[in-house]
Design a protein around this ligand. Structure first.
Ligand SMILES: Nc1nc2c(c(=O)[nH]1)N[C@H]1C(S)=C(S)[C@@H](COP(=O)(O)O)O[C@H]1N2
Ligand SMILES: [Mo]
Length: 375
């Protein structure tokens, strides 16, 4: 086989279509040694599509996460869908009539643009083990299972209105066209009808381009503030039900979670090398699914004292707040950087997150190690 043939073959076997260069991504395979098959992220390692964004790759970037480094999280593989053949069906006993939309039809409807984060509920899971001494099963994400993009599409409520939502409707259940996941069938995550009618987008564009295959082409949901699983990719159908609906994705996995908690990250590599005695500008971002970020603080002494970080007030409800602080490292060797934020609901990141058996919603301050070296 030629190099090209090997590459092509690998392409057909891998879960993710886009390149995953090591300077942009960390692969996070399913948790092989947990012995626990019932956690969502425990797909077989060779099929699992977990690629974490390296936070240092956001340094020098603008507000949005460029698509080439946006994290990817799949239950199986990226399906290749022909937009000309594709239909999005809206049906169920919660609507007056079943309707279907083609790709061109969707593109011709009144569109909205929205800056919003998509973040995996398991983002930060590894710190249950590394900081709190109790490892949670599942992909061991650092803080890079989040991205903020500029999404464009049609508000979900417009599609639901065309189908005529009944007063008795309770749940809206979008399903993906990716292959069924183990014995659980297609990825389906029920949304309460109030959220579906509020701010959910049926997105067909990401950062000004058609959605790429890995991020849901031809269309995906973007559910602001909620755990990533709500933002179903490769939408094929939406069932509206007058009963509460239960699927694996609100019972076995991701049970009882909706809004994402407050978190913060530095745009720095893990164990980054920083020059001694220089005026450094350290940058980071904070976000919350529950409101705007109103304050970001940084500590260089293990949490004894905190300094306010500066920001320009660019803090959108459903996205993140970029901030920066200056620091002159005065001693060589290992240091720990800490950042914490407060959102408009009044919540400040704690030092310890209560244990969660599936490792969701780690929101404690992360201890970020750096090495100060002679410039
Ligand atoms: N159809 C489908 N939608 C899906 C998933 C999936 O496996 N299949 N994964 C979900 C999860 S768990 C997350 S965190 C986000 C990740 O979105 P991204 O890959 O665009 O970053 O997609 C969600 N939507
Ligand atoms: Mo996720």
């Amino acid at each position: 086989m030629t190099q090209g043939e090997v590459k092509a073959l690998r392409g057909t076997l891998s879960a993710i279509v886009k390149p995953l260069p090591a300077e942009l991504f960390i692969r996070r395979p399913a948790d092989a040694d947990s012995g626990q098959a019932d956690t969502c992220d425990d797909t077989l390692a060779h099929r699992s599509g977990n690629a974490e964004m390296r936070w240092e790759s956001m340094a020098g970037q603008g507000y949005h996460t460029p698509t080439d480094r946006f994290f990817v999280r799949h239950h199986t593989v990226t399906p290749r869908i022909d937009a000309a053949e594709w239909r999005l069906r809206v049906h169920g006993d919660g609507v007056r009539r079943a309707v279907a939309f083609g790709y061109d039809e969707l593109l011709s409807m009144p569109a909205r643009t929205m800056d919003a984060a998509v973040e995996c509920a398991g983002n930060g899971r590894r710190f249950y083990g590394t900081q709190q001494g109790l490892r949670a099963p599942g992909a061991q994400w650092g803080l890079g299972a989040i991205g903020v993009a500029r999404w464009r599409g049609v508000p979900l409520r417009e599609l639901l209105r065309e189908a005529g939502v009944r007063e008795e409707a309770v749940d809206v259940v979008p399903a993906g066209l990716d292959p069924p996941f183990e014995r659980y069938g297609r990825v389906r995550r029920p949304l309460p009808v109030w959220k579906a009618m509020d701010d959910v987008l049926v997105a067909y564009e990401m950062n000004g381009e058609p959605l790429p295959p890995d991020h849901g082409f031809p269309a995906r949901l973007v559910v602001p503030g909620w755990a990533g699983i709500a933002s179903i990719k490769w939408l094929g159908e939406i069932e509206v039900s007058t009963n509460a609906v239960f699927t694996a994705w609100n019972t076995v996995f991701y049970r009882g979670i909706a809004r994402q908690p407050v978190k913060s990250a530095f745009e720095l590599a893990w164990d980054a090398r920083l020059p001694l005695g220089e005026h450094l500008v350290l940058r980071g971002r904070s976000w919350s699914g529950r409101g705007r970020i109103v304050r970001a603080e940084v500590s260089f002494d293990g949490g004894w004292s905190w300094r306010d970080a500066d920001h320009r007030g660019e803090h959108l409800v459903a996205a993140w707040l970029p901030w920066h602080v200056t620091w002159v490292p005065e001693h060589p060797g290992r240091h720990v950087l800490m950042a914490r934020a407060t959102d408009s609901s009044g919540v400040t990141q704690p030092l310890v997150t209560p244990w969660h058996p599936a490792g969701y919603h780690f929101d404690a301050v992360v201890q970020h190690p750096v090495q100060v070296v002679l410039g």
